[in-house]
Design a protein around this ligand. Structure first.
Ligand SMILES: Nc1nc2c(ncn2[C@@H]2O[C@H](COP(=O)(O)OP(=O)(O)OP(=O)(O)O)[C@@H](O)[C@H]2O)c(=O)[nH]1
Ligand SMILES: [Mg+2]
Length: 430
């Protein structure tokens, strides 16, 4: 068929490279479904699936048109959930793994979202993540941990799930629900508190997905995201994902401060070795603003971190800016044991994380630096970052700029945010 001039013009290199990227967000269990229902309405190119052993919870979540529901483990659970039995959740996952595997087929990125501590999400995740990884997907897990008032047992189930899934996840974000009390008052009704937590999570995820799919003036693409998510130096997969919006008049430092100190995180980006951030501003956003934000982020990270910067412009961000940040290789003491511990105690072979070429060559910097030396070094590092929009996307190590130019105007997505679903585990108690 003869191509029209218009059609040829439309098919830019940009669209070509993004055309086939498939991202599937899978909410596992009740909490996971609720969280994804908050993000699904504003994103168009990603597919959303809620999987659960609880038919009632599934039917609530799939009221959102964009979410497809898949039940599993019907024979074992009768469609009623597992009642906090992770062993049953695991068996349920194994029972229907062939059906579930179809969800991973041809997906480039599978993002599992789950609130750990129940039987379904915690039991099924190790099984699902293993299958997704084996099928060649880039697998990212975004999890919450139960509140401490929910008791030791739930926390134990959640931590066990992290431990059993971590080898099959390229990157993991773990957020204790408890952290929500850094944002809302302790007396806030639980339902409301969870909604705020879910909104925060959904907003962060939204920022990442927009970064992957939308075309920027300085563009971050799938290859960049993959490079950062897979860059688990020293096996550290803990990932920080945050998206914030602010007014330019707040100043770069303040916007960055909010982006890197999201109160729902029990860890910081300081030890991160792979950072990807996307700055979205109005048509009038200046190079100074962009540089200030970039430098401010770089100052707060590891010296050897690989930093990838993207810039987008949208009319709706007049005088405003949105920063979406993804940082891998973070550290925390909170669930250090679960993340670091190999699976020796379970009699399984220890799978050591593969070392990157750079890591083999590079020696760790000795930690003998005085505070003033550190400040000086960080200032010097800041000076080495150059933002060159006309030269294309920024993969910035501290010294180099490498990547080809991309120029294309942004698309507008102005969909209204919809109301959140009521968290499923609360529904049971109402
Ligand atoms: N952030 C957040 N956490 C939730 C939400 N719903 C439940 N949780 C947390 O997730 C834990 C597990 O609950 P569910 O997600 O309902 O459990 P499940 O995976 O469906 O497992 P079973 O119902 O036991 O089969 C709870 O103890 C809560 O801590 C939610 O909407 N948001
Ligand atoms: Mg449930």
């Amino acid at each position: 068929m003869k191509k029209t001039k218009k059609a040829v013009k439309k098919k830019t290199r940009e669209e070509e490279s993004l055309r086939d990227i498939k991202v599937r967000v899978i909410g596992v269990g009740g909490g996971g479904g609720s969280i994804i229902s908050g993000v699904s309405s504003s994103l168009s190119r990603v597919s959303f699936v809620a999987v659960n052993t609880d038919n009632h919870a599934l039917s609530e979540v799939t009221k959102k048109k964009k979410i497809r529901g898949v039940a599993f483990g019907k024979k074992l659970t009768g469609g009623l959930g597992t009642g906090m039995d992770a062993k049953l959740g695991k068996q349920a996952a194994e029972e229907d793994i062939e059906d579930i595997k179809k969800l991973f087929k041809e997906q480039d990125i599978v993002i599992f979202v789950s609130s750990l501590g129940g039987g379904t999400g915690s039991g099924a995740l190790p099984v699902f993540s293993e299958a997704a990884k084996e099928m060649g997907c880039l697998v990212y897990g975004l999890f919450t941990l139960p509140f401490s008032f929910e008791g030791e047992k739930k926390m134990k189930i959640a931590k066990e799930a992290v431990k059993e899934s971590k080898d099959n996840l390229h990157a993991i974000t773990i957020l204790p629900n408890e952290k929500i009390f850094g944002i809302v008052d302790k007396n806030t009704p639980l339902k409301k508190a969870l909604t705020v937590m879910n909104e925060n999570l959904a907003e962060n995820l939204n920022g990442l997905i927009e970064t992957i799919y939308e075309t920027g003036l300085v563009n971050i693409d799938f290859a960049d995201v993959r490079a950062v998510l897979k860059n688990k130096k020293g096996g550290k997969k803990l990932t920080y994902l945050s998206t914030v919006e602010g007014r330019l008049e707040e100043g770069a430092e303040e916007i960055v401060r909010r982006a890197i100190s999201n109160p729902i995180y029990p860890y910081k980006i300081t030890s991160s070795h792979g950072i990807l951030f996307n700055i979205t501003g109005g048509k009038d956003i200046g190079l100074t603003d962009i540089s200030s934000i970039s430098e401010s982020i770089a100052k707060n990270t590891d010296d050897n971190a690989k930093i990838i910067v993207g810039i987008m412009q949208k009319n709706k961000y007049k005088d405003k800016v949105r920063v979406a940040l993804l940082a891998t290789g973070c550290q925390t003491d909170f669930f250090k044991k679960e993340l670091d511990e190999a699976q020796e105690e379970q009699g399984k072979p220890v799978r050591k994380p593969a070392k990157s070429v750079g890591e083999k060559k590079k020696k760790e910097k000795p930690k003998t630096e005085k505070p003033e030396q550190e400040t000086k070094r960080k200032e010097e590092k800041k000076d080495k970052i150059t933002i060159v929009p006309s030269a294309g996307a920024g993969v910035y190590s501290t010294e180099e700029v490498s990547k080809k130019p991309e120029t294309q105007d942004e698309k507008e997505i102005l969909e209204e945010e919809e109301k959140w679903e009521k968290p499923s585990f609360l529904r049971k108690f109402n």
